[in-house]
Design a protein around this ligand. Structure first.
Ligand code: PLP
Length: 302
């Protein structure tokens, strides 16, 4: 397999020659932000929305790479082209870079910029995608707006890793964490929806504003499925007809169990169908539209 090519600080380099300083603040402090966009069948999905979200985090962190939005889009598309990918997960990163002095003054820096394209990543394996996943309720809470607003897509993810470790060690596929007030927030790489009485409900605060989440809200409108945001507790999810998570890494992922409770057990007679009918309809529409180039930017140059 050919060596991956990455964009690093304005140059395209093979992975073996792509490096940043060990003094980079992204490495030392997690002082940086990133975003992940995906390509499917030759089209990058909602590229403008991902770059806009990235620029909101840049503005809020005060990290100032020299690249314009147009430069980032071109670097993303060119990185995918150079790796000859049609289906890809593309991570683009800006850190505060290398400090000017020993005591790093966060105001003075030259940002580090990276684009890395890998073959498309699904959050779950085949079995999880077919039969649904099992979620733990993490003992860790999500970030709160008085520490790190969850809208920052920050590199600082130790807390995410600890939650993941706890979940996989306990035999779960993934996890949800709650807000400090005890409401359902999200997972470390996905937002969550539940279906109750034909309505789609999703948490509306203390979450990353997921682009897939927004997409599923749009798709629900097309299918005449009512949607609302609400403060949900685990009790609501335990009693939902259907639950699914969603992310750039795979669209919707049906949830069959949360903390030992079978999802949909109260929805009808017999064993619940997973994915449930609304999850399935939304996910099928998502992929059908993506395959038709919906919100797509073609990778090919011409
Ligand atoms: C904390 C968190 N929530 C939600 C998501 C889903 O966001 P998106 O749909 O934009 O991929 C992610 C994506 O990585 C995430 O890190």
């Amino acid at each position: 397999m050919a060596e991956p090519i990455l964009f690093v600080n304005g140059e395209y380099r093979p992975l073996s020659q792509a490096s940043v300083s060990v003094l980079d603040q992204g490495f030392l402090l997690g002082d940086g932000i990133f975003d992940v966009v995906s390509a499917w069948q030759g089209h990058v999905f909602k590229l403008d929305q991902h770059v806009d979200r990235f620029f909101q985090s840049l503005q809020a962190t005060g990290i100032r790479p020299r690249l314009t939005k147009g430069d980032w889009k071109e670097a993303i598309l060119e990185t995918v082209r150079r790796n000859d990918l049609q289906d890809a997960s593309i991570r683009f990163i800006a850190t505060r870079g290398v400090p000017q002095g020993i005591i790093a003054d966060p105001r003075h820096h030259e940002a580090t910029t990276i684009v890395w394209a890998a073959p498309y990543i699904f959050l779950a394996d085949d079995e999880g995608r077919r039969r649904g996943i099992r979620l733990m309720l993490s003992s860790l809470r999500g970030f709160t707006p008085d520490t790190l607003d969850p809208r920052y897509k920050s590199l600082d993810r130790l807390h995410f890793q600890l939650a993941r470790l706890e979940a996989v060690d306990a035999g779960y596929d993934d996890l949800l964490w709650l807000t400090r007030d005890g409401y359902v927030a999200e997972g470390p790489a996905s937002n969550v929806f539940m279906v109750t009485g034909g309505t789609l409900v999703t948490p509306g605060r203390e979450i990353l504003r997921g682009i897939t989440r927004q997409t599923f809200i749009e798709l629900a409108a097309e299918l005449d499925i009512p949607v609302r945001e609400a403060d949900l507790t685990p009790y609501d999810l335990f009693n939902a007809d259907e639950v699914f998570t969603c992310s750039t890494a795979g669209g919707a992922l049906a949830v069959r169990e949360i903390a030992g409770r079978t999802i949909g057990a109260n929805a009808g007679a017999g064993t619940p169908q997973v994915p449930g009918p609304i999850t399935r309809a939304l996910d099928e529409l998502y992929w059908r539209k993506r395959e038709a180039g919906w919100h797509g930017t073609a990778i090919s140059a011409g």
